[in-house]
Design a protein. Structure first.
Length: 397
């Protein structure tokens, strides 16, 4: 049976790996790409359209959309901006949307997929961090399903097949530890963007890779786990697992521990999301003596990686806290990559935004949560500007 796919964020890491799976799908279970969405890389999208033949394409950037439209001609409809993306989701004939758009920009597309009653293969963790409760309400109302694509959450999802949530003692959410797992606090504080982007195991986009270096990405995944599986903070335990083979573990009330293992390859969880509730056939690597020879685990060091604690704080605070943390971190990552702030200041910006978050912020609608997102971005920009001004003053003789 053919599965029809929307690929949101088709030029990013998740999108390109999804398309690789479509190209290598077996004849008895073909994958048809019916729509692509990207930001501005129109030449890459042009190549994708020529290979996968979707009928709809959406480009966030108007200039890129115009260039793509001119290159393609009238046979493929090219839509523009967020409105165009939402229009594509509303009208495309698809079964599963693999959602790899990065950041808060992915929230409305997540909601739109659920409003169609379709399966949302969710790699855009920010949607769940910002509006997890509201998205689940949408899924229940429209008969849709959210299948996590983050490797850790996919692992938990798979371990819980046929199990009862009230029999879960705790979930062990694994973290690779990133490139600074063995570095001193001083070395981490002085790290360059190049060092922070050099992840030892995974090939990911810059925001996720920087988040892995600080463990901010794991903080966001703690929040995502809380929303996806309705888990209280005390049932979430982060464990550093440098090999990235055990993607996460579920410990049950009888002491049994179930784990999902595999190489650090995002095609596995993407493939699972596409074919769920079946597994489907894929030529992906399984057990290997070389990869599985040594598996180690250790507790995270909150002194060296204080960002991790912010995830648990957001669960406790609730409301708009997730939206504020995510937005402030997005702005701070940009500033770090531009060498305007240090890695330590990156985390400082997010913590300051949570401290300053107005108690009056509403969280009962997507609009209110996106208003909180806007507030946090403005706050983060102002805070970073003050840090830069302070640094300039300090350097002046």
């Amino acid at each position: 049976m053919t599965k029809r796919l929307l690929v949101l964020g088709s030029t990013g890491s998740i999108g390109t790996q999804t398309l690789d799976l479509a190209a290598s799908a077996p004849p008895e279970a073909p994958l048809e790409v019916v729509g692509l969405a990207a930001a501005s890389s129109w030449q890459t999208v042009l190549e994708q359209v020529r290979e996968y033949r979707p009928s709809l394409v959406s480009m966030a950037d108007p200039e890129a959309a115009a260039k793509l439209r001119a290159a393609l001609g009238p046979e493929v409809e090219v839509l523009v901006g967020e409105a165009g993306l939402l229009d594509m989701i509303a009208h495309a004939d698809f079964d599963v949307a693999i959602h790899g758009i990065v950041g808060a920009a992915g929230l409305r597309p997540s909601a739109a997929v659920l409003e169609r009653g379709k399966t949302l293969g969710l790699a855009n963790k920010e949607s769940m961090v910002i509006a997890g409760d509201l998205l689940f309400q949408l899924a229940e109302r429209h008969g849709a399903e959210i299948v996590p694509v983050d490797s850790e959450h996919s692992a938990v999802f798979q371990c819980l097949r046929g199990e009862r949530l009230d029999e879960v003692r705790r979930v062990h959410l694994t973290a690779s530890g990133g490139p600074f797992r063995t570095r001193t606090l001083e070395e981490i504080h002085g790290a360059t963007p190049e060092e922070a982007l050099a992840h030892p195991n995974w090939d990911m986009g810059p925001r996720v890779t920087i988040g892995s270096a600080t463990l901010m990405n794991k903080a966001l995944e703690v929040i995502e786990l809380h929303h996806l599986f309705r888990l209280p903070a005390e049932k979430i335990h982060v464990v550093v697992h440098a090999q990235s083979i055990v993607h996460s573990m579920v410990e049950f009330t009888d002491g049994s521990v179930m784990a999902q293992l595999g190489p650090p390859d995002m095609r596995g969880p993407i493939h699972y999301a596409i074919h769920h509730p079946e597994r489907g056939t894929a030529d992906l690597e399984g057990f290997s003596f070389e990869r599985f020879a040594q598996l180690t685990f250790e507790e995270p060091d909150l002194q060296r990686f204080p960002a991790l604690g912010l995830g648990f704080r957001v669960i406790q605070d609730g409301g708009t806290a997730g939206a504020v943390l995510n937005a402030a971190d997005e702005i701070a990552v940009e500033a770090f990559l531009e060498r305007r702030i240090s890695l330590a200041q990156l985390v400082e910006v997010s913590a300051a935004a949570l401290d300053a978050r107005p108690a009056s912020q509403g969280a009962s609608s997507l609009d209110q949560l996106l208003d909180a997102d806007d507030w946090a971005r403005d706050f983060a920009r102002d805070y970073i500007a003050s840090l830069c001004a302070e640094a300039t003053t300090t350097k002046t003789p």
